[in-house]
Design a protein. Sequence first.
Length: 420
Amino acid sequence: MFRSRLGALAKTFLVPPLAILLALGGCSRRELTTNRIVIWHQMRPDEQVVLHRQLARYMEKHPEIKVQELFKETETLRSAYVVGALAGQGPDLVYGPSDPVGVYEATKSIRVLEDLFPASYLSQFDSTSLLWYHGHLYQVADKIGNHLALVYNKKYVQKPPETDKELIELSKSIQTRYGYVAGRPNVYGLTWNYIEPFFFIPFYTGFGGWVFGADGVTPTLDTKAMVDALNFVRQLRDVEKILPNEADYEIADALFKDGKAAMLINGDWSWAGYAQKGIDIGISPLPRITATGLWCAPMTSPKGYSVNVNMKEEKLALVVELLKYLLSEECQLETVKALNTAPTLKALYRHPDILSNENLQNSLLQIARGKSMPVVPQMRAVWDAMRPSYQAVMGKARTPQQAAQDMQSQALRKIRDMNE
């Protein structure tokens, strides 16, 4: 029975066989002790540094408790966690962005949380940090956002653009000011990872589109907004010529770090690294599309903790106590100062260190203008359907009209395959 469930899981959620072996191998070696708490996460190195400090303080105050944390790459974390939980094991806590929660709920691998925390405690949090799904609370976050915004180097940009037209004009003026070599600007006005659909979403929303219809599960990709947004992004590169001819995440990141790009679209996970490189950065919300009057709205999501469905009752109290510490004002403020991420406790929004942080205030404004990333399992099918057609447009192998049609048909087919 268990093996058949694993087979269905692999088909439905595209779980790599290696992840199944890793999960089961890890489960067999795991010590099931009441005073040992295991956390799996996908935190970046700078986030891990902060977590290590926080856990060390906690264990110093509670020497009878041993907390072990283990990093797993995002895709491996999602699949290995589900497999481990289905085997009746896995970590006690799983930490990450909100989008895998739909898979965790569908596979019944995480427990509901509303019975662990009184309403008075939960009321302290920004509502976007409490992930309710199908009527139950499944994740409590210590960070909100995980979102894109406009990052600019103050060496080149004093006042960030507010509209798409201002963005184009400013980029061209910077390129003109710093000149060209062999037809290429010494400093590009703008760059970003324009081959990934996650980075395309703000332009799709800016032209009035969204990935799902009113029911929250039917893809809406073959739309005028999609065609207009695809045309717009390609024109930025091929007509306005304010983007490099090629730019994946690594290329865009390197151009900005090397001072070869004045502005960059990137997520809040990257900002602390640019400041550490000595760049005087500013953060600004993404521009408003003049043709629609709509702000480019990136996807936003909380990052937080979910609890393994296999948690033993005698261990719950210890895990809840640890969670309340990790979600506390002390730990969240420490994280904000180190990483410039947005906290989830409402009281911290009035803290002087946050009110005086211009970049963080602009990040909060961008979050307010964003749209929550869907947590339904169908979102995975949408990403997989969008990617090849979007890249074909940027590679001039498809027209935007053809790409929009292909995205929709592929998304519907992938969802049908998931449900069979």
